[in-house]
Design a protein around this ligand. Structure first.
Ligand code: PMP
Length: 311
């Protein structure tokens, strides 16, 4: 019996090692993960100087690809980084990476760095951007969070000032979010609520925040210090199209504590109900009706809306 188990374990291991390495699209070429490397002089690494996107594909449909490519271009434009590929070329590169990795359902990471330079800050010394596409699987939160709701905590680190590093930009400079994540994890929470410098609700480290009160779906305006989340926009559109009034509102923690429902949205997290914030129960302490409806509408949308590819 023991021998049997160990041999099946061995053959499983052999099977695992026989799996080809994932392919990364790096500067116009497909290279195995282990060989996908860029210089230690790249300013993306030295200074967080670059932009990125996180995108999903669901059953061979790339969700909101165009919106992600527009946001990538806008982030790059603001930091004066010329994208090395057109939107069409980037879309082709993404599709080809998914195909080569045989992925129907994937998390897609697109990164463009300032490129290799010297040890000074000046981006003018970086001759050409480095760019890459990684396709992988992602599981951000356990299934129970979607069924029973999650608990989050407000952290002391405030969201970056829009006048300093605007949270509307999706740049490689994510230390503000990472600090907040560390603070949440230090208290055994998986996600942190971040306020802006005035104490208004901004967003979470990787998700936008919504509440529902008396039937009105509300989310903070992004000028208070939040990314213009593509899932956020999809949820606002879905709410309005399905007779659920939805508005941008300036929100405080008090508003969240006394909401009927709360939830987070993001490409990786999708729509996740929040049932407790800083120890205060939200509504009935379980995922609310509006949240559940929006989760279901969002799931339907990801099943039918997107750029199709074939494997
Ligand atoms: N806020 C932040 C800080 C993010 O990094 C993200 C994306 N992970 C979001 C919100 C959600 O944006 P999206 O729906 O476009 O993924």
């Amino acid at each position: 019996m023991a021998i049997h188990r160990s041999s099946s374990h061995k053959s499983k291991k052999l099977l695992q090692t026989a799996q080809p390495e994932p392919l990364i699209y790096l500067n116009g070429e497909f290279v195995p993960k282990g060989e996908a490397k860029i210089s230690v002089f790249d300013h993306g690494l030295l200074y967080g100087d670059g932009v990125f996107e996180g995108i999903r594909s669901y059953n061979c449909l790339i969700f909101k690809l165009n919106e992600h490519l527009i946001r990538l271009r806008e982030s790059a434009h603001t930091i004066m980084l010329k994208l090395p590929l057109t939107a069409e070329e980037m879309a082709d590169a993404i599709v080809e990476t998914l195909k080569r990795n045989h992925l129907r359902d994937a998390y897609i990471r697109v990164v463009v760095t300032r490129g290799e330079g010297d040890l000074g800050l000046d981006p003018a010394n970086c001759k050409s951007p480095n760019y890459f596409v990684i396709t992988d699987k992602i599981v951000l939160y356990p299934e129970s969070f979607y069924r029973d709701g999650m608990e989050i905590i407000t952290v002391p680190t405030v969201r970056n000032l829009p006048e300093a590093i605007n949270p509307a930009l999706k740049t490689l400079n994510y230390l503000n979010n990472i600090m907040a994540k560390i603070e949440a994890k230090n208290s055994n929470y998986k996600e942190a609520l971040m306020l802006n410098h005035q104490g208004y609700v901004a967003e979470c480290t990787g998700d936008n925040v919504f509440l529902v009160k008396n039937g009105l779906v509300q989310t903070p305006p992004t000028y208070l210090g939040a990314l213009r989340g593509i899932t956020r926009q999809a949820i606002m559109d879905l709410a309005l199209r399905n007779d659920m009034p939805c508005q941008e509102r300036i929100l405080t923690r008090h508003d969240l504590f006394n909401a009927d429902e709360a939830f987070l949205t993001g490409t990786a997290a999708e729509v996740v109900p929040v049932v407790k914030i800083d120890g205060r129960q939200i509504g009935k302490g379980k995922p609310g009706k509006v949240t559940r409806k929006l989760m279901s509408l969002f799931q339907d949308l990801t099943r039918k809306d997107g750029v199709r590819y074939t494997l």
